[in-house]
Design a protein. Structure first.
Length: 450
């Protein structure tokens, strides 16, 4: 699949799935308020809603689950987890959390004051919401090329370094307690960030005394793209590239439900002992004791293995190749997709596929509903429903769970999108009936627009 490398795993356990009849799908969608987040998993045939926590764990991870140490404090499982994070990141201070947004909440609640500005190449939904919850101001600084879905460049997830300098000059370094880089850049179609860009951003941050943090949810995939695309890295191992990446920053937040290959979990890793102490105090209040952080010992054991497996070159070749294959098949069928495909998902340009639906009638949400009605495929809107006025494009993300679906499943997705394309004039726009706030997309209800 993809670029021709062999598959990196074989199936040992299977899970039955079913395709509900079309009439049943139509009824379920109405009951769910035309919001696929409200559907039950039994109503889904191919689920591409998210790659977060939806992957298949390896036999080594399942074996580790049985050896979890469930001690409240100081468990062996935490030691294994901490040592793995330290070896990958080079950071001594590690706090587990139950998932990435918990890490965001703990961290931002300890560093932000009202009116503070947080630059990012592009904030994703929970990151933006957690900054706003602390009365901060999220500020997106993607490079201009990120807004062009057609240009084929290797690192369209980069931060606009000149824009960062201008922002610092405008608001002052004291109003910017931290700069973030999201790798890969989920909101910008999962595009990778080059090592050169990380170095440039780090240089600006050091010049002004501003900490630089990574949103490292998909750092392994980002390191693979550096290995494949950036001059000077073809002969570096993925773990070595990861160590260089983390050496450039002051800390990271991670949802380990992505490149930790876990079904739950996350962490905060820092170099600063004082920042660690503040986060630890907050974590005890909201997550649990610092050596379990809202997770069972068995989860920590599984993550200690998954974090290493996610850096294995055969796995990454197959993973990224599978995403690339889906993008290529859709492009060959004339489906407008953001190019090139990223590491975890293919993004369909809903505004171009459904040009008769204006932005205010949510073309992305319309396409999501049409995909489910037509083929039982669940995807997610990444546009003006998710981001409101901050949305720069109207995209639909097809996020591929890790080590779950085979080529036949993805071919079904291609065929479904082709059927939607063939009847696109009949796809109605949507109107928002219920839901507000920066995370409204999780709970909103819609109805077909007149």
């Amino acid at each position: 699949m993809g670029a021709g490398w062999p598959r990196a795993y074989k199936s040992k356990v299977v899970e039955p799935i079913r395709l509900p009849e079309r009439g049943e799908r139509e009824a379920r969608l109405v009951e769910a308020g035309h919001n696929v987040f409200r559907l039950e998993s039994n109503d889904i045939y191919v689920d591409l809603l998210t790659d977060s926590g939806t992957g298949a764990m390896s036999h080594a991870q399942w074996g580790a689950l049985m050896q979890g140490d469930e001690s409240y404090a100081g468990s062996r499982s935490f030691s294994a987890f901490r040592d793995t994070v330290r070896s990958i990141t080079g950071m001594d201070y590690v706090l587990p959390t139950h998932q990435g947004r918990a890490a965001e909440h703990v961290y931002f609640s300890t560093v932000l004051s009202r009116g503070d500005v947080v630059p990012n190449n592009t904030h994703f939904d929970t990151t933006r919401a957690n900054v706003l919850a602390q009365r901060g101001r999220p500020y997106d600084l993607p490079e201009a090329v990120a807004m062009d879905p057609d240009v084929d460049l290797p690192f369209k997830g980069n931060m606009d370094v000149d824009g960062l300098r201008s922002l610092i000059d405008e608001v002052g370094a004291r109003k910017i307690p931290v700069v973030f880089l999201t790798v890969t850049n989920n909101t910008a179609a999962g595009q990778p960030v080059s090592m050169a860009n990380v170095k440039a951003v780090a240089s600006v941050c050091r010049q002004h005394g501003i900490p630089l943090m990574l949103d490292a949810a998909r750092y392994g995939e980002n390191c693979f793209f550096v290995h494949q695309r950036e001059d000077g890295y073809a002969h570096h191992s993925i773990p070595d590239i990861a160590r260089e990446l983390f050496s450039l920053v002051d800390g990271c937040l991670m949802s380990a439900k992505k490149d930790g290959l876990g079904n739950i979990g996350g962490f905060i890793a820092l170099r600063d002992p004082e920042g660690f102490a503040r986060c630890r105090e907050k974590l005890i209040l909201t997550e649990g004791f610092p050596t379990y952080g809202g997770l069972a010992g068995r989860d920590l054991n599984a993550l200690a293995i998954g974090l290493r497996e996610a850096l294995e070159l055969p796995y990454l070749r197959e993973r990224v190749g599978q995403v690339r294959w889906l993008g290529e098949q859709l492009a060959e069928e004339g489906i407008p997709v953001y190019w090139p495909p990223g590491g975890h998902a293919v993004y369909v340009d809903a505004s171009r596929l459904l040009p008769h639906i204006p932005r205010e009638k949510y073309p992305g949400q319309s396409l999501v509903c049409a995909l489910y009605t037509e083929g039982g495929v669940r995807a997610v809107e990444v546009g003006s429903v998710m981001f409101g006025d901050a949305a720069r494009m109207e995209l639909v993300r097809l996020a591929i769970p890790r080590r779950v679906y085979c080529q036949e499943h993805l071919q079904w997705v291609v065929d479904t999108l082709c059927r939607v394309r063939d009847r696109k004039e009949t796809v109605p726009g949507m109107q928002l009936v219920e839901g507000q706030g920066p995370l409204r997309h999780f709970i909103a209800r819609f109805a077909p627009a007149d």
